[in-house]
Structures are given as C-alpha cells and as structure tokens.
Design a protein around this ligand. Structure first.
Ligand code: F6P
Length: 520
C-alpha cells in the first residue's frame, strides 16, 4: 500500500497547503485550542497545542491512519503476528508488560507462560542479590553490579536506573558498554572484585564489544580467584543459551530471552535485569504496569485522542510536509539525562530505513533525526539555533511537575519556569527592527509534564514513545524492527582488525593509510 498515494493523504496535503503559512499563535485566538490538543493521561499532561496544525489537520491525519488500516496493524503486533517480515519474527514487547494471563501465541506457543516463568526466576535472583543472600567468592554480599551490554542491552536499563534514582536501593550500578579500554580500566580500578556482580546482557551473544569486555573481566577473575568465582560473579541474559554456556557461564545463571523482543524494546524483558536489581522487583513491575496502561490506551483509543498516534502524526507533519528533518528531545530533569540517547536508538534504529515492507525503495522521507540534551544546560549551548537559526526544529519538552525529594524547591521552580518560557518564546517570538535581535517565532513544541517521575509514569512515557515509533513506521510502510544497517560496519571492523596484523584485504588509499598508521 503506497501511503502517499491514498485519497486520505491527498486530502490531508490539500488542507496542509491552506494552513502552512499560518502562525501557531493565531490558533489560540480562533478556537479553544487546549480542548483539542491537551490531554491528561494517568498523571501525565500532554500538550500538543503549540504546533503548526489545526483541528481539521488532526482529523485528516486520523482518517489517513484509518485508511492505512493502522488499527489492524496494532492488533497484529499485540497478538503476536509475524510483523518483522525480514527476520520472520513476532514483536511482543507488549506481552512482557501484560498485566493479565490472557494467552498470546507465537507459532502455537503461549509466550505469557514463558514470561511468567522468567519473571519468577528474575524475582528470585534479584531478591537474593538485594537481600545479601547471594554471596561473592569470599562470602561477602554484593555491593556493586556491572551491566555489560551495548545498544538496547545498555541504553534502556541505564536510562531507567538513572530516572528512578529516588527508588534505588543500596546496590551501586555501573554500565559498561563501549569497547574503549578507558572505561574498563576506570571501572576495574573503582570496584571491589569480591563484592561485584557482572550481568552480561547480549541478545545475540555475539556482540564484539560486550563479549570482549566480559572476557577480559572473566580472565581477571580466573587469574585471581580461579574457576569457582565465575558462577558467583557472572550471570547472563541471552537468547543464545549454548553460546553463553560455552563462554563459561553457569547454566543456572543464564536468563533466557526470546527472539520476539527487539534489543531496543527489551528493557521489559530479562535484558532489563539491572532495573529490578537497582529498584527491586516490585517497583520494576510498576514500571511495566505503567507501560501496560499506555498499551491499552494505544490499542483502544480513537486516533484523534490517541497520544502515541498524535505524536506520530506530528512527526509526519514536519518530516513529510513542512520538510523539517530533525526533532529535539529536551528533558528538564537531570534524572532523564539518558532519555535522548535511549530515544535515538529507539527511533533512529527502528525507522532509519529506505525500503518499504515489500522491499521496494521508498520515494518519501522516513525516520527523522533525533537528538537532544537536558535543560537548562541545552539553553546555554544550542538553543540559539532553535530560536534564530534558519532550520526549524520541533522540540519535545519533558519534565516532572513536582520533585518531592529535594530540599531546594526553588531550584525546581526555576527549572520549570525556564522550560515553559522556552516553549513560549519559540512560539511567540519577539519582533524587533534590529534584525539580529528579531525572533520570528512560530516554532513548534510539545510539552509533556509528568506529575512526578515514578515507575508507573516512566513506564507510560516509554510505551508512548515506542508506540509513536511503531505508528510512524506503519504509516511510512517500513519495518521498524530490523536493523541490517548496522551489519556492514561490524563486518569491515573484523577485516580491519585482521589487517592490523597482516595486510590481506584490499582498501582504498584513505582506509589503507589509516590502517597502516595504527598497525605500525
Ligand atoms: O548493532 C546493533 C545492535 O544489534 C542493537 O540492535 C542491539 O541493541 C545491540 O546491537 C546489542 O545487541 P546484543 O544485545 O545482541 O548484544
């Protein structure tokens, strides 16, 4: 189905031409803007009103989504159909947070039973580590946990653990992702090997960075404490049980995951094990419950009021009609420091595709560029460009209304005043005859205000972004769930590694010279 050849898209485009030069501010005079564009969802306030669109545009996008049979696509995902066509896999991160036991089948197997079994295993293990029942090689309780993983096996858990700082227990959490030895050296110098637990997270159990880092650490343990230390200090999460076993992991310390959960969607699966270690299993369940609430909203709410769908419509509005190529994510909450990194992988690895679901080259723009940093820091670095640059960048502001855990309430107020001021300034601008002092305004933004960052509200927020990504992909008719674009670099890196030792492969002169400079 060619999305942009449908009548509904043509209608939408026609209406777009009639509003494209309108100023956002004018909409606030014409109608009761917030009635149509502001929503409360379980203690989270979503404001989509400061955008370059009107009510009719939202309706036409909803018609377009209906025309594209988006409802059916959503059901196909939730019910375990093989929607990742290139890898012939179901996509069931939603089953991982399902709060009831209704069966979900993949190739005739009820995955909910597998999930419940795995949850019991995770609950038992994390409980033992937190309580101190799990002991290291010298009989001491665990004080530090190191998550060794990269991409989806790092970004989600790291982001959540930081976001839920206020819910953390005594365990010190570390995340080792890069192969750069700088990080590994620093980590080894910092921790006490006798009281540290390593969690190797690799869905494929073939990721060079993760396995190399894990191997180096394992060697240190073998050298210092002998073989018996491995079972006390290393556990792993993977779909590849046999590979993990061969790597030397005790079979009892292997937490299986499944090929129907994608890496960047895996924080809900055993790959997110650092989260229950850091905050306890019960609170991890609340994170899932929050996501489940958003799942139900996405599955059932009509598109005009469907939060992930509305967010996806906005991306199409800017990406495919106005021609804005990037979107910024600016959390005004240091606890959400890693949210932009997480969203970069979620959105760009999912939707950076240029063939459609039938394998044909697309002739429309797909995944846009996602970037960002925390406010107010960002105001003092790149906001100049957002306000007066030639490029227009829709901004997503995210914050928590109250911060109960601080003594410095005034700081929190200043933080939020700044965020609101930025969204207002982007929209209203400031006319000035002196050209360099002039602000054009009319620059769009979304504001999401969580009452508080709790496991539940964070869960809902993350599911909102996942479903936004899915909806965009569906409307663009691309597969959000594969990532073949990362493979070529991995293959070439292995060849280059060989060429450092002995030059056997042919390269262009630039590449050849770089290899020579490093190998000499
Ligand atoms: O190279 C990209 C990628 O495959 C991501 O999709 C994934 O999240 C990451 O690498 C890590 O993969 P794994 O969990 O298999 O080690």
């Amino acid at each position: 189905m060619k999305a942009f050849e449908t009548i509904s898209w043509k209608n939408l485009k026609k209406h777009f031409e009639s509003i494209r030069n309108k100023n956002i501010l004018s909409y606030f005079k014409d109608d009761n803007r917030l009635n149509d564009f502001a929503f409360e969802f379980a203690n989270i306030y979503f404001d989509f009103s400061k955008h370059r669109w009107d009510k009719k545009m939202l309706r036409l996008f909803s018609d377009f989504a209906r025309d594209m049979k988006t409802r059916q696509a959503i059901e196909d995902m939730f019910s375990g159909k093989i929607i990742n066509l290139t890898e012939k896999r179901a996509v069931l991160h939603t089953a991982l947070r399902q709060q009831n036991d209704e069966a979900v089948f993949v190739s005739g197997r009820n995955v909910i039973q597998d999930i419940r079994k795995s949850e019991a295993q995770i609950k038992n293990f994390t409980g033992k580590v937190i309580s101190g029942e799990w002991k290291g090689i010298s009989g001491k309780r665990i004080t530090d946990v190191v998550n060794i993983g990269i991409g989806g096996s790092d970004l989600g858990p790291k982001m959540v653990v930081k976001a839920l700082t206020n819910y953390r227990n005594h365990l010190k959490m570390h995340f080792l992702s890069n192969i750069d030895p700088f990080k590994l050296d620093a980590l080894i110098n910092k921790i006490n090997l006798e009281t540290t637990l390593f969690v190797i997270v690799s869905k494929s159990f073939s990721t060079q960075e993760t396995l190399t880092n894990a191997k180096k650490i394992q060697e240190i343990y073998l050298d210092k404490f002998g073989k018996t230390a491995i079972a006390k200090h290393f556990v792993t999460v993977s779909t590849q049980i046999e590979k993990a076993r061969k790597f030397g992991i005790n079979p009892d310390n292997i937490f299986p995951m499944w090929d129907w959960v994608g890496g960047r969607y895996s924080l809900w699966s055993p790959a997110g094990i650092s989260i229950p270690l850091a905050i306890g299993y019960e609170k991890y369940q609340l994170l899932k419950a929050g996501a489940y609430a958003m799942d139900n909203h996405f599955r059932n709410e009509k598109f005009e009021k469907n939060l992930p769908a509305i967010a996806a419509f906005l991306t199409l509005l800017y990406n495919n009609l106005y021609g804005y190529e990037t979107e910024a994510y600016i959390p005004y909450a240091d606890k959400l420091q890693f949210l932009p990194d997480f969203l970069q992988q979620l959105i760009m690895e999912s939707n950076g595709k240029s063939v459609d679901l039938s394998g044909q080259a697309v002739n429309w723009q797909t995944g846009n560029i996602v970037w960002g940093n925390t406010g107010t820091n960002a105001q003092h670095s790149f906001f100049q460009l957002l306000h007066q640059g030639t490029k227009i960048i829709p901004v997503n502001f995210i914050a928590e209304r109250q911060n109960k855990n601080t003594r410095f309430k005034e700081n929190h107020k200043i933080l939020l005043a700044n965020m609101i001021a930025q969204s207002e300034a982007l929209m209203i601008g400031d006319r000035n005859e002196i050209t360099y002092k002039n602000f054009e305004g009319n620059r769009p933004s979304t504001t999401i205000l969580l009452d508080e960052i709790t496991p539940e509200s964070l869960g809902s927020l993350l599911a909102y972004y996942e479903h936004k990504t899915f909806t965009e992909a569906w409307l663009w008719q691309i597969n959000a769930f594969d990532q073949f674009g990362v493979e070529l670099g991995k293959r070439l890196a292995n060849r280059i590694l060989e060429d450092f030792e002995q030059s056997t492969h042919h390269h262009d002169s630039s590449t050849q010279t770089l290899i020579r400079k490093i190998s000499k």
